[in-house]
Design a protein around this ligand. Structure first.
Ligand SMILES: NC(=O)c1ccc[n+]([C@@H]2O[C@H](COP(=O)([O-])OP(=O)(O)OC[C@H]3O[C@@H](n4cnc5c(N)ncnc54)[C@H](OP(=O)(O)O)[C@@H]3O)[C@@H](O)[C@H]2O)c1
Length: 288
């Protein structure tokens, strides 16, 4: 297959690309690093030349915080919607959208709402679409996973309020496996939550990350919610992920039924294991 992959040099994109190439597909890469900025790709006409000879499209562009021209509405909604309409015009039927867990009826953040708007657009088109909503993805080199890894090395575990926020992390291997399955599946027009088998609290997740780095468990240091939000208003200047709205999403906690994904993959997602924190895609069939 000839696959157009947006966000090809991102954490998810580069792992998808590796799997596509290993499976013998050809990949056309799109991102600013390859000369295409989503903020100027807002009409289907902008996309048509990119779709020449393409059999499937995977959209994996995204940001976790707005900065300058990097705006949720442009990158998450308008450019993807233009791309999806262009796919319809160009006869590229199979379209995969990497959305995010929580981009559903419960969404309240600009991040989730902008993702959901693109998901809704795709779901309304006569295409073989897949909307994939991963939870927190772990593995080598993910931005949020890296931030949490660094937090976990502090002598104490900083948590918001009681640290009991729910997470259901999923390994990058399972995200990539789902994408590869979508490319060949007879069953299409599906929205799938990509979640792991274990639901864990934020505090416990950081403890697992300590253990994975050879550190003993550490005492938990609760930060009242209002104080954490005040820190985030300053912290966002040092790390774009430390936005008050991102803390609100963390506080909300997200989890989902793993069964639909297990059924689609024909296996359960990988159980959390220390070495997976430092691993890209685990080749299928390898013992873990
Ligand atoms: N990682 C997770 O835990 C996770 C979980 C759930 C959902 N997601 C979603 O999955 C998607 C990808 O996440 P990721 O972790 O792979 O993010 P990432 O590592 O930050 O990659 C983002 C990608 O988007 C591209 N990009 C950013 N701004 C762009 C622009 N203006 N025009 C064109 N391309 C642009 C980047 O390439 P350039 O810099 O070269 O432009 C990069 O390839 C995002 O939508 C994210 O919300 C991620």
């Amino acid at each position: 297959m000839n696959v157009l992959l947006t966000g090809a040099n991102g954490f998810i994109g580069r792992n998808i690309e590796a799997a596509l190439l290993a499976a013998g597909h050809q990949v056309r890469r799109v991102s600013r690093s390859y000369g295409t900025d989503f903020s100027s790709m807002l009409s289907p006409d902008d996309w048509l030349a990119h779709l020449d000879g393409i059999d499937a499209v995977i959209n994996s562009v995204g940001i976790i915080a707005e900065r300058g021209a990097q705006q949720f509405e442009l990158l998450h909604t308008l450019a993807p919607a233009a791309l999806f309409h262009a796919c319809l015009q160009a006869g590229v039927c199979r379209v995969l959208q990497i959305s995010a867990l929580g981009a559903d009826a419960t969404a309240f953040s600009a991040y989730h709402l902008s993702k959901r708007a693109a998901d809704d657009c795709l779901r309304n088109l006569d295409l073989e679409w897949f909307v994939l909503r991963p939870s927190l993805i772990y593995g080598q080199g993910g931005k949020s996973a890296d931030l949490f890894m660094r937090l976990a090395t502090l002598p104490f575990i900083p948590v918001i309020a009681d640290g009991q926020q729910k997470l259901q992390p999923v390994h990058i291997s399972d995200v990539v496996a789902t994408v590869m399955r979508c490319l060949t599946s007879q069953e299409t027009r599906k929205t799938l939550d990509i979640v792991g088998t274990e639901t864990v609290t934020f505090a416990e997740w950081l403890q697992w990350m300590r253990l994975a780095q050879g550190l003993p468990r550490a005492p938990v240091f609760p930060i009242p919610y209002s104080m954490a939000m005040a820190f985030a208003r300053v912290g966002k200047f040092f790390n774009p992920m430390l936005q008050p709205e991102n803390l609100r999403m963390l506080q909300a906690g997200y989890s989902a039924d793993v069964q639909p994904l297990a059924q689609f993959l024909g296996r359960t997602p990988l159980p959390v294991e220390s070495r997976l924190f430092f691993t890209d895609v685990v080749p299928s069939g390898s013992a873990i």
